[in-house]
Design a binder for this molecule. Sequence first.
Ligand SMILES: Cc1cc2nc3c(=O)[nH]c(=O)nc-3n(C[C@H](O)[C@H](O)[C@H](O)COP(=O)(O)OP(=O)(O)OC[C@H]3O[C@@H](n4cnc5c(N)ncnc54)[C@H](O)[C@@H]3O)c2cc1C
Length: 384
Amino acid sequence: MSRAYDVIVIGAGSVGVPAAWAMARSSLKVLVLDRLASPCQGSNKTAIGGLRATHSEPSKIRVCLRSLEIASTWKATYGDDIEWSPGGYSFVAYDEREAGILRGLIETQQASGLDIDWHDAEHLLETVPALNPDGLIGGTFSPGDGHCSPLLLGHAMYEQARSGGAEFRFRESITGIEVDGGRVCAVVTDEGRYETPVILNAAGAWADEIGKLVGLDHPIRPDSHEAGITEPVAPFLGPMVVDIRPSERAANCYFFQLATGQIVFALTPQPLVPGFDCRETSGFLPVVAKRMIQLIPRLAGLRVRRTWRGLYPMSPDGAPLVGWSSEIEGYLMAIGMCGHGFMIGPGLGELLDRAVRDDLRSEDRMVLDELSPHRRFEGEAALK
Ligand SMILES: Cc1cc2nc3c(=O)[nH]c(=O)nc-3n(C[C@H](O)[C@H](O)[C@H](O)COP(=O)(O)OP(=O)(O)OC[C@H]3O[C@@H](n4cnc5c(N)ncnc54)[C@H](O)[C@@H]3O)c2cc1C
């Protein structure tokens, strides 16, 4: 089989599906290929659904502000319930170190259009009354952030992409990418060959595998993170609570309450666990439970229903790599989403569509500049 497309997207995940949705809406002829059986079954389905524009880099703030607009208006626009919940985010500080980091970011965040403020302990306890007041210095609150279901949003975007004309082929592995005269011309899978002048690498944790097919090295290395969900309880927690205090076994911890009452939680293990292992561990629950109960004592006694483990596609500095290859014409990358691919996906999908149609806005150029795959990897994102 040999068919021609304007764009071939590799990976039907947090980034590939919204990109296909945006491109189909612009009448591009799109094919999305994924080796799994249905959309959003890679890292996307392991995300807990947090969607925030509270980042340290202007590029991510801008893209995620657009993601928030898309998610918060999805039901009104398309009719699907994606369980959008606008509870906001609160990054809490119990130490001067974290208070300094969080306060230091506010000026940049506000200048990038984010609605965020620092609240002292008394004020923060009005917004998050369940927080442990002992030692609380204060925290940020960004009311426009929220959460929704990664599977429901992914599926709704997939349906919209299909009704806009995008084709999806599942259970197909990419075995080759043909390059002629320095530019991409076709993708080869175990099922067929598809011609295209543009390939979008949206292969998440497996992005480097795709890069190797065109002789490029992408510095994307996955590490694995665990999450869980409790039984439902009466609503008591508005925002997502994020604690960036490093402890012996965890670099941070974050959780929120679903509209249906369950608490969904995750942490970043310390030390990190590099690799592709997605088997749950027995070590996760004792560590995360201790941290959560320290922050919100009334969580003690809540029963956990399920835990799972998935991959963060990490880049060297904790920010994504987005843009055209300078070596191979027609090869576009949207990789290294780290712990934020679900929240970046919708806004980034639209930007990628504009990139393919050569219709970039000045703000897009700022984003592409900051997230350039050809940048020098120095430092680390403050809110990784
Ligand atoms: C516990 C946990 C909690 C998280 N919570 C959040 C959160 O609250 N908010 C948030 O924004 N992010 C969160 N994340 C991170 C988020 O899940 C990822 O950043 C995001 O899913 C990455 O998106 P992606 O499109 O790059 O990759 P994926 O969603 O994994 O999509 C990549 C797709 O490419 C396909 N693919 C790869 N190689 C090939 C190939 N050779 N041939 C065919 N198909 C291929 C894969 O099968 C996969 O479907 C969390 C992650 C974990 C593990």
